[in-house]
Design a protein around this ligand. Structure first.
Ligand SMILES: [Zn+2]
Ligand SMILES: [Zn+2]
Length: 428
């Protein structure tokens, strides 16, 4: 076994400890206060130069939660005895991105991305559920690390520890980016324009997959769907439904017509596009003409250009129908991701390295992933457009429990030392 694999097997227990700690405090997009503070204080302890808080956020934070939610999660993080309060304070208000940088003179700039956000999913309390049976279920009601970002963050910490202890093994600059808000898409857009990411030679991202067998490793993915997620508010006018219905403007009528028209709009686009009105909220009472309707909509497509065309056509439809009913309409973009493809030669070199390391039984060079969107694509495109290379990997981690975003989601922790070994091999 290589010395790298041996190193990560030796610290596997420590990585598992971090994973379970992070799992217990699941924080949704832009509320990753405790997780970010824990990551930052660990990086500082290992002598990384840490960028965090307002200094790292350089663009609009899409879909920032209401102050109430931000305050709730921040207060919960403040109650934790294991966090450095001074570091935690830098995240206040939803500034939850963290980057740790280590410089080793001339050489390539490599970025590694780890996501930290959890989901509004209530965690299973069944004895069959590994985290429950082993006493590390979510301490925050209604929230859960149901996608494995706790595992990603813990792998990132293991990798950071390795780097700190093996400074002579690599040259150049290494940036570990712990990003917020992957799930809603938009966390990456808020940090990607930071000068830290302006001259990147290689960028690496990965995901653990509960729906793929252990032993399977995907060295590069392509075809992630480009997506735009947006909220629409249609404003009409309230009025007594019996005394003066003619004085009101019913906002539900354009909302209903919009839903039907968007359904029809799909047929004008290639079959693989996705357009979904996932939620409608409207009205105040039975006897009041409905003054406001809200729609939550997402569009996805295999390439960024089609996504933009689909988005523009949707907005045009929404505006025209609102106008027809004399309603105001406001569109708020809450998340977006681009389509992207891994750099093939980078994926090939990872495949060679992973095969040589003997970590997996099945190493695929590349895989088409056209059923989900991934916020890493924003960094991937940014790096590729500025002359660098980027790759998104996947590691099979099934332990026969629930799959992603489900209440009984879980993965095999065994994959942690293997994934960390891949990252360490990339810099060595
Ligand atoms: Zn997810
Ligand atoms: Zn995920």
């Amino acid at each position: 076994m290589s010395s790298i694999s041996k190193y990560f097997q030796d610290i596997q227990e420590e990585m598992v400890h971090w994973r379970r700690l992070i799992h217990q405090y699941p924080e949704p997009a832009w509320c990753e206060f405790g997780t970010a503070a824990f990551v930052a204080q660990s990086l500082k302890q290992w002598d990384f130069t840490v960028y965090m808080g307002e200094e790292l956020i350089c663009d609009e934070r899409m879909n920032l939660p209401a102050n109430e939610s931000l305050d709730k999660f921040y207060t919960q993080a403040m109650e934790r005895a294991d966090l450095d309060q001074e570091i935690l304070e830098k995240t206040k208000g939803g500034y939850t991105a963290v980057a740790g940088v280590i410089d080793r003179g001339d050489g390539p700039v490599k970025v590694f991305r780890f996501d930290m956000d959890a989901l509004p999913v209530s965690e299973s309390r069944s004895n069959e559920h590994f985290p429950f049976a082993n006493n590390f279920t979510s301490a925050y009601n209604g929230y859960m690390h149901a996608c494995g970002h706790d595992v990603h963050s813990a792998i990132g910490l293991g990798f950071a520890k390795y780097l700190a202890e093996h400074k002579d093994n690599f040259k150049g600059r290494i940036i570990l980016l712990f990003q917020p808000a992957e799930e809603g898409l938009g966390g990456m857009a808020a940090v990607v324009k930071h000068p830290l990411f302006s001259n990147v030679d290689e960028a690496y991202g990965f995901h653990v997959w509960a729906n793929k067998e252990q032993g399977e490793f995907i060295c590069g993915t392509y075809g992630q769907l480009a997506s735009k997620k947006f909220d629409v508010t249609i404003t009409g006018k309230a009025s007594h439904a019996a005394l003066a219905p003619e004085k009101g403007i019913n906002a539900m009528l354009p909302a209903a017509e919009i839903i039907l028209s968007l359904e029809k709009l799909k047929s004008e686009f290639p079959r693989h596009i996705r357009l979904n009105v996932g939620q409608m909220q409207a009205g105040t009472a039975r006897n009041i003409v409905c003054p406001e309707a809200q729609l939550k909509i997402e569009t996805r497509a295999g390439d960024t250009k089609t996504r933009d065309q689909l988005y523009s056509a949707s907005i045009k439809t929404i505006e025209a129908i609102s106008k027809k009913y004399a309603c105001q309409c406001k569109v708020n973009l809450v998340g977006e991701a681009e389509s992207a493809a891994s750099s093939v030669d980078l994926a090939q070199s990872i495949q060679q390295m992973a095969r040589a390391a003997g970590l997996f039984t099945n190493c695929l060079e590349g895989e088409l992933h056209n059923t989900y969107s991934e916020d890493f694509c924003t960094l991937m495109n940014h790096v590729q457009n500025t002359g660098g290379k980027a790759v998104f990997m996947g590691i099979g981690a099934s332990n026969d429990s629930g799959t992603h975003h489900q209440t009984n989601f879980d993965i095999s922790e065994e994959v942690m030392w293997k994934m960390a070994s891949v990252l360490a091999n990339v810099v060595s």
